[in-house]
Design a protein. Structure first.
Length: 193
């Protein structure tokens, strides 16, 4: 089975995340997309980051009507701070019959050369890249690497930061969130302060 890994804090997961994940599931040749919730780094200031279990719960609520999208808490069980290359090694060992690929925005591709053991990622995994408006220029060797696959997904310029600030400012963000996620945020009074 071909699995695409879509990493994020998902604080909160929003319509843009779902559009990208679903597009990858339907148009890239991947069988499933796992939305990997990144745990809170204990060495970083928490600021507005909700607890791991609340963010994971929102991903569960968001994807329950999408059979090809799966929430994943795999990084919650790995030593922190964690690196993507370690997560992939762990997953490959745990699920030897699966083929794991990364999903990232063009903006992340531009900094891939700064990732720990990025050469190992390129050597062992495909990377599916979706467009961003302000994408800069990736390193030529990476941009044209055979492991890089650009997918003509919709350009989504919606951010969790914008949504959190809008909630704090008392704005109606309901259309930007899956209905059950919006209800969960409202019920728990998240991002109000």
């Amino acid at each position: 089975m071909k699995i695409g890994l879509y990493f994020g804090t998902f604080n909160p997961i929003h319509a843009g995340h779902l559009i990208i994940a679903n597009h990858m599931a339907e148009y890239s040749g991947l069988d499933q997309i796992w939305l990997v919730v990144t745990p809170h780094n204990p060495h970083k200031k928490k600021s507005t980051l909700l607890s791991d279990h609340h963010r994971l719960q929102m991903v569960h609520l968001a994807v329950e009507d999408y059979p090809k999208l799966k929430p994943s808490d795999i990084e919650f069980r790995l030593p922190q701070p964690n690196y993507t290359v370690n997560t992939l090694a762990y997953l490959q060992e745990k699920f030897p019959t699966h083929e794991f690929s990364l999903i990232m925005g063009e903006d992340n591709l531009n900094t891939l050369h700064k990732w720990k053991n990025y050469e190992v990622l390129l050597q062992n995994h495909n990377i599916y890249v979706y467009p961003r408006l302000d994408n800069g220029t990736p390193d030529d060797a990476i941009a044209h690497h055979p492991a890089i696959h650009r997918v003509g997904a919709p350009v989504i310029e919606l951010s969790s930061t914008f949504i959190r600030q809008s909630i704090k400012d008392g704005k109606n963000v309901r259309p930007m969130l899956p209905a059950k996620v919006w209800e969960y945020i409202e019920h728990n009074l998240f991002y109000k302060k």
